[in-house]
Design a protein around this ligand. Structure first.
Ligand code: ASP
Length: 253
């Protein structure tokens, strides 16, 4: 596997969010202050609805995003309405990839050959927002998604903008589920580490990572859990610059 160079962080404008909606909140509402800064110079963004949740149409999903971005005076164009998607990404002011099923999303990205062009634009500084599945693809691979493989993907490799992998919607083992014998998220991530070296940042609900002034800043109210290796799993407080771990754990294979 090629471990991507995640480029000059100073240039990046990326938000990687665990979820689009926190419990009891409205779609993207908890991110609105940061999003208005993140997208301050743009009046249109391209929305990628390919992960569309549970059978919702691309149009309906795009409409949900458009309704939110109206508040920021940003028009939302669904990529499914565009013939030449390569050119559209080359020229986009900004891109937002929504959540859903990560396998579905990655399959479509390979079909349309979107990874190279989107990666290039993000490295040049184009603002990018990912939620859930849209965040999973910022990592090195999609192997730490929570989703089921409902379709086949040609490769697990994704954008490689973020130096590690992401596990969104991270769930702590719940004491009231002690009678449940299925694997906890912690167990699954450790299983991943038995076979893979790329560390994983597990983001709890409401946590997100934003590039600010050359930093990969962890934001939100909660700490995140980083699975560096089987004997190195750390809780990291909100406000931490995750860049400090990047060079230490860079793996070139
Ligand atoms: N299904 C999630 C989403 O909402 C992604 C994940 O849990 O890996 O996009």
């Amino acid at each position: 596997m090629i471990y991507h160079n995640s480029g000059e962080i100073d240039k990046l404008n990326v938000i990687i969010a665990s979820t689009s909606t926190v419990y009891g909140g409205q779609y993207l509402a908890y991110l609105i202050d940061d999003l208005s800064g993140h997208f301050k110079d743009i009046d249109e963004l391209i929305f990628i609805p390919y992960a569309r949740p549970s059978g919702m149409t691309y149009d309906a999903y795009t409409a949900v995003a458009a309704r939110f971005f109206e508040k920021l005076n940003i028009a939302v164009k669904g990529i499914h309405k565009i013939d030449n998607v390569q050119k559209a990404i080359e020229k986009a002011q900004a891109v937002f990839t929504g959540g859903g099923n990560t396998f579905l999303l990655v399959k479509k990205f390979y079909e349309k050959n979107l990874f190279p062009v989107l990666r290039q634009r993000i490295l040049e500084g184009m603002p990018y927002l990912g939620t859930s599945a849209g965040s999973n693809i910022t990592g090195q691979t999609m192997q730490t998604t929570n989703d089921m493989p409902i379709v086949k993907v040609p490769s697990y490799q994704t954008l490689g903008i973020f130096p590690f992998n992401i596990n969104p919607h991270y769930l702590d083992p719940a004491p009231d589920l002690l009678k449940h014998m299925g694997e906890t998220r912690d167990t699954r991530l450790k299983e991943y580490l038995h076979f893979n070296k790329v560390p994983v940042v597990a983001l709890r609900e409401g946590s997100y990572i934003q590039t600010i002034a050359g930093k990969w800043l962890l934001k939100g109210e909660l700490s995140a859990r980083i699975y560096f290796s089987l004997d190195n799993i750390k809780e990291v407080e909100s406000g931490t610059d995750l860049k400090i771990y990047r060079d230490k754990f860079r793996i070139l294979e």
